[in-house]
Design a protein. Structure first.
Length: 588
């Protein structure tokens, strides 16, 4: 048996020393971990634990001479461009402490800079997250960052604070002594001891990634996407940076210059979500577990690792990601969703369905050269189908793997389209439209995929808003930001009226079949009156043709206002299913 040597050593620091090493850039943040700081409340708890003298865990560093591409903590330039020690574990703690002690901005989980403001009350040594009330209260130091940023000594800080308190209230000698003691203790947190385990510089990047994965899998569970993002950080840092930049920009509307941007009203993707699209496009796989091993250079048959194999697989991923992040392709895909009748995130119940539809769009475009007009139609049909049926709700990776296998035998554009249509036709049988879909419409869920498909179908069919001459497709516009939404979901049989009839079960009152889209002033005017009371006055505003078409596209049975409520629900569910079917058929 060969000798097994320990690959780390123990080094003791005080907090002030660690902060100094970060200041000069000698300690840096490698991008092999989740890059986001804690919430302010968690930072508050960290300070409270340190103040009480509790242990807050060890740090794990990597002594590495090849630190190119490592991220620095905080915003701004460093004296050392290449840090010699990288944080492998403990990044959340150290980044948070650095941000507070140095008053530095950090990036939050939405890729925006923010300050962490932790407040301290010297009277009873209480920490809290700063808010408006705390900032007005003279007993609080609203932002403890100012203590260390001021450059004053502990004596000067205590003296200044006591003077400000005395101007507002009388202090006993005991109170002054307690305040002084607590402020000194806070100031001296710079001396708080930390133990770091430092991985030797001889350890390779891949082993460091493995160490990180093993450590964190014992605490916060990482999924396979996290593992692959780890590998990107070690072997292709530019790729991860591009991925994160795309996601950051998708959250921010383009400025006045109207530069091309991934911003849209359907999804603000996270890096791991777009990674799944790249993996599906590049490797024909949805299950990420095996892809992690492939990207490490592992031969899945022999179990052996090869740097050449790893580099070859990363080349595949690089080409796939370049297509996934192509802004022209991205927006062309999103236009297919709009073409399917969907108008934004509020009409999408499954982001998985959207992401896998994007993967299929890319495969059809790049691998099979499907003409764009044909590709737009089939992807619109696929998205409508997969979101309506909840195809990727349970075991999404397994389902997508099967879908990728089904299209994998295609060699021509028409074969690719036929393979997708074949899957759709297998699910969309006559019994589905006549029995399964009406039954699913019996739900009272607010984010039901069948209800969103119904609205999409109405948009495809050019339906007007109920009791209005305006079009649903015009008023469901996510780019509009009115003070109040243009459309309300209106109970055709108002809740309070139904309760007076003895119907109190909200699952029955709030069935999808009892809802229609109305302009909000109309909704308010109807209030709690019965359909037989409010309908005659509204009916007079429309011609016979307009009224008939409106009732047809809103799936309203003849004489619906006079029907027994349970009969109304049953008949309308059938008619709503028929509207969804008609809307889907327009995508043929």
């Amino acid at each position: 048996m060969s000798d097994v040597k320990t690959c780390f050593k123990r080094v003791d620091y005080d907090l002030g020393g660690l902060l100094h090493y970060i200041d000069i850039g000698d300690i840096g943040l490698p991008d092999i971990q989740r890059p986001f700081v804690w919430s302010n409340a968690k930072v508050r708890d960290l300070f409270d634990s340190m103040y009480r003298g509790f242990p807050v865990g060890y740090l794990l560093f990597w002594e590495n001479g090849q630190a190119d591409g490592a991220r620095q903590i905080g915003i701004g330039q460093k004296a050392h461009s290449s840090p010699s020690r990288l944080i492998v574990d403990g990044q959340q703690r150290l980044t948070s402490l650095y941000a507070v002690f140095r008053g530095k901005a950090v990036l939050d989980d939405d890729y925006r800079e923010r300050q962490i403001e932790i407040a301290f009350r010297p009277r009873d040594a209480k920490f809290d997250v700063a808010d408006a009330a705390i900032r007005r209260d003279p007993e609080w130091i609203p932002n403890i960052s100012t203590l260390w940023a001021s450059g004053k000594s502990s004596y000067q800080l205590v003296k200044s604070f006591l003077e400000s308190i005395r101007q507002r209230m009388a202090l006993t000698d005991e109170a002054e002594e307690e305040i002084s003691h607590n402020l000194d203790r806070l100031f001296d947190l710079q001396k708080y001891p930390f133990t770091a385990l430092e991985i030797a510089p001889s350890v390779e990047e891949e082993q460091v990634a493995d160490i990180f994965v093993r450590i964190n899998s014992e605490g916060v569970r990482l999924n396979q996407a996290d593992f692959i993002l780890t590998l990107l950080s070690v072997f292709w840092d530019d790729g991860r940076r591009d991925l994160e930049a795309f996601c950051r920009e998708s959250r921010e509307p383009p400025g006045s210059k109207k530069m091309p941007s991934p911003f849209n009203h359907f999804i603000q993707p996270d890096p791991d979500q777009l990674l799944r699209v790249s993996v599906a496009l590049g490797f024909d796989r949805a299950r990420l577990q095996s892809v992690y091993q492939v990207l490490r250079g592992k031969d899945l048959d022999t179990g052996e690792f090869s740097a050449q194999r790893r580099d070859a697989q990363f080349d595949v991923l690089k080409k796939a990601q370049a297509r996934v992040l192509d802004l022209t392709v991205w927006h062309q895909f999103l236009s297919a969703l709009t073409g399917a009748g969907f108008r934004g995130a509020e009409m999408v119940s499954s982001q998985n369905a959207m992401l896998y539809a994007y993967a299929l769009y890319l495969i059809g475009r790049d691998r099979y050269s499907v003409p764009e007009h044909t590709l737009q139609r089939i992807v619109a049909r696929w998205f409508f189908f997969s979101t309506l049926t909840g195809r990727y709700t349970n075991g999404p990776e397994s389902v997508m793997d099967r879908d990728l296998n089904r299209i994998g035998g295609s060699t021509m554009p028409a074969q690719f389209v036929r393979a997708l249509d074949s899957i759709i036709e297998t699910e969309f049988t006559e019994d589905y439209w006549r029995i399964a879909l009406p039954a699913a419409l019996g739900s009272s869920s607010a984010r039901n995929p069948q209800l969103f498909a119904y609205f999409a179908a109405q948009i495809r069919l050019g339906a007007p808003v109920l009791f209005s001459h305006k079009m649903i497709g015009d008023l469901i516009d996510p780019s509009l930001k009115p003070k109040k939404k243009a459309l309300d979901r209106h109970h055709l049989f108002p809740r309070s009226w139904l309760e007076k009839q003895g119907i109190t079960d909200l699952k029955i009152i709030n069935q999808m079949a009892n809802f229609a889209l109305l302009e909000w002033p109309e909704n308010l005017a109807i209030s709690d009156t019965s359909p037989t009371a409010y309908l005659p006055a509204i009916r007079g505003r429309f011609s016979d043709h307009e009224w008939q078409r409106m009732c047809e596209l809103h799936a309203l049975p003849d004489g619906w206002d006079s029907l027994d409520y349970s009969t109304f629900l049953s008949e309308r569910r059938q008619l709503m299913a028929a509207i969804i079917h008609r809307g889907f058929q327009t995508l043929n």
